[in-house]
Write a protein that binds this ligand. Structure first.
Ligand SMILES: [Cu+2]
Length: 214
C-alpha cells in the first residue's frame, strides 16, 4: 500500500513522541530483560526430574544483572520446581530444577520477574513413559555363544533358546529349570521373579549369558 507522504511523516512524529515517555503501561525499554538460556524442551520419565536445570538470564544493556528475583511457576502438567524462587548471580543467571508431573505428555512452566521485559519466559518439557520390558525374548544357541548373550524381559515373561549351531550345548542356571545337552531343538523357561540370572553352557568355557528380569 502506498501512503501519502504527509501521512507517513505525521505517523513518524507520533511514533517518536510515544518513544519519549508517553507510554506508561508497558515496561520501560531500559528495564532489564529476562530471556531463556538453556533447559527448554527436555523430556523425562513422568514424575522424574529433568536431567538439566532451567536457566534464564537477566540482562541490561548487554550485561547480566545480579540480585534479581526470578519466580518459577509450573503452568501445566502438575510437576514441581526447586527452588520456586531464585536470585540472579553475578552473571545475571538464575536456575531451578524441574520435576515433571505424574502423567506422560506436555508440561509447561513460566519464569517471571517483576519490572523486566520479556517476562514471563515459557519452558516446555515432555513426560515420556518408559517402555515396559517385553515379556518374551529369543536367544540363538550358536557354536559356542548365546546370541544375544544378555536379554531383558518383564517379570512373568519367558525366554526361548533355539539351537542354531552344529555342536552340542546346554543351558545351565545356578537354580531352576535347565536344559541338558542337545544339538537341535528349543528350550523355554519362564521367569516369574525380578532379578539377574546368569547361565552357561557347561561344555564350553566362556559360553555364558544373562537374563535380566525387570
Ligand atoms: Cu556349548
Amino acid at each position: 500500500m502506498k501512503l501519502p507522504r504527509s501521512y507517513v511523516g505525521s505517523m513518524l512524529i507520533v511514533g517518536i513522541l510515544a518513544g519519549c515517555g508517553g507510554d506508561t503501561t508497558g515496561p520501560d525499554p531500559q528495564d532489564p530483560a529476562l530471556s531463556s538460556v538453556s533447559g527448554n524442551n527436555q523430556s523425562a520419565t513422568p514424575g522424574q526430574a529433568l536431567a538439566n536445570p532451567l536457566v534464564v538470564l537477566m540482562a541490561q544493556d548487554g550485561s547480566g544483572v545480579s540480585g534479581k528475583t526470578v519466580s518459577w511457576t509450573v503452568s501445566t502438567g502438575g510437576g514441581s520446581v526447586n527452588p520456586a524462587s531464585s536470585t540472579t548471580d553475578n552473571s545475571g543467571m538464575a536456575s531451578t530444577q524441574w520435576t515433571l508431573g505424574p502423567d506422560a505428555g506436555p508440561n509447561s512452566l513460566q519464569a517471571s520477574g517483576s519490572g523486566v521485559t520479556g517476562s514471563p519466559v515459557t519452558f516446555a518439557a515432555t513426560g515420556v513413559s518408559d517402555d515396559p520390558a517385553p515379556l518374551t525374548a529369543s536367544i540363538s544357541v550358536g557354536d559356542n555363544f548365546f546370541d544375544p548373550n544378555s536379554a531383558t524381559i518383564g517379570a512373568g515373561g519367558t525366554v526361548t533358546w533355539t539351537w542354531a549351531g552344529s555342536g552340542t550345548h546346554n543351558v545351565t542356571f545356578a537354580s531352576g529349570t535347565n536344559q541338558g545337552n542337545q544339538s537341535t531343538g528349543t528350550f523355554v523357561r519362564g521367569f516369574p521373579d525380578v532379578g539377574s540370572f546368569a547361565y552357561s553352557c557347561t561344555n564350553h568355557s566362556g559360553m555364558t549369558g544373562t537374563i535380566v528380569v525387570e
